[in-house]
Design a protein around this ligand. Structure first.
Ligand SMILES: Nc1ncnc2c1ncn2[C@@H]1O[C@H](COP(=O)(O)OP(=O)(O)OP(=O)(O)O)[C@@H](O)[C@H]1O
Length: 324
């Protein structure tokens, strides 16, 4: 059984001006111990999808479709069950989350908090676990007594990872965990995440706009555009031989891990991602697509097989598949 199953998941925000279809019909699965990368430009719906996984969305968001964690329907969980699931079974590390550390509490107390709140340890046991966790994320035990302002950005992000690991979850969702860090520290934190996931058999969903970072850490990659998954498959293939024109542009924009150019827009693409409230007709990517055909303005192609274990939503992929 898959650890996580998303079946036709859509998320719509209701705002004064109307409805914002932020995520549209996403179906994905994640096996135990596997790492899935979700890539896409700003506004493609990555964070919305991540928050939907643990029901962390604001009240004005409507979720359609089904999200199963360990076979359990997230939507059907009581608040009590949901609280137990967060941290203990699945935890999330947000972009720039290190800024969310409480400035007036010692690091050790903050790492211990989820353990105490979930009743997983008594104070003495929690202190031992904090030492263990700090070592796992490459920080000396004495750092437990430090305050957040006494640490660097990279060290604070390590603390956030220690907090995410505290209750030994089966799944960690990391939303742009290294974006706020400089290139060297980014590489160190990525190596840490990779090692921890492999050592502890934790499943990972990592979100980034940088395909090279995801390809380095994850086995599978899903590329999102305007709320939809437009390509999905094994990382190496999606990164080195993308099939969807948008995935191609994204891969070309991030040729190597940690490249400073990783703040660039996808290469060769003009324009910006569409406003979800004014999505183009047909394929949402067609106005920016270098190989669009006239039918792309009216037809939104489903995901088609694009090689072993791979799918892509593009007329060209469909044409190739139909011809084979
Ligand atoms: N609370 C909200 N209310 C209304 N619209 C929202 C809300 N949060 C996000 N959106 C919209 O949903 C769409 C997807 O946003 P989301 O933050 O999920 O994208 P993203 O790919 O994670 O982007 P980024 O990389 O910039 O975080 C965007 O158009 C955004 O404006």
């Amino acid at each position: 059984m898959s650890l996580l199953e998303l079946d036709d998941v859509s998320v719509t925000y209701r705002i004064a001006a109307g409805e914002v279809p932020a995520v549209r019909g996403v179906s994905l699965t994640l096996d135990s111990g596997a790492a899935l990368g979700v890539a896409g430009e700003s506004g493609s719906g990555k964070s919305t999808l991540a928050m939907a996984l643990l029901r962390l969305l604001p009240r004005d968001a409507r979720v359609d479709g089904r999200i199963l964690l360990g076979g359990e329907d997230i939507a059907a969980m009581t608040w009590g069950r949901l609280r137990a699931v967060r941290w203990a079974e699945a935890s999330i590390v947000f972009q720039g989350a290190q800024h969310g550390l409480n400035p007036v509490r010692r690091i050790g107390d903050q790492i211990a908090e989820p353990l105490l709140v979930h009743g997983l340890a008594k104070p003495e046991g929690a202190r031992k676990r904090v030492t263990e966790l700090l070592e796992q994320v490459g920080l000396p035990a004495w750092r437990a007594r430090s305050y957040p302002h006494e640490l660097s950005g990279g060290q604070r992000q390590r603390v956030m990872i220690a907090m995410a690991l505290a209750c030994s979850p089966r799944l960690i969702i990391a939303d742009e965990p290294t974006t706020a860090l400089d290139v060297m520290v980014q590489a160190q934190v990525l190596t840490l995440i990779k090692e921890l996931v492999a050592e502890h058999g934790i499943s990972l969903i990592m979100i980034s706009h940088d395909l090279s970072v995801l390809a380095d850490v994850c086995d599978q990659l899903a590329v999102m555009y305007a709320g939809r998954v437009v390509e999905h498959g094994p990382s190496a293939q999606v990164f080195h031989d993308p099939r969807h024109p948008y995935a191609k542009a994204l891969a070309a924009a991030f040729p190597t891990v940690g490249d400073p150019a990783s703040r660039m827009a996808p290469q060769g693409l003009g324009g910006d991602p569409p406003d979800p409230m004014q999505l183009p007709t047909g394929c949402a990517f067609h106005p920016r697509c270098p190989v669009a055909l006239p039918e792309c303005a009216s037809t939104d192609v489903e995901l088609w097989p694009a090689g072993p274990g791979r799918v892509a939503a593009c007329v060209h992929v469909r044409a190739k598949e139909e011809a084979s």
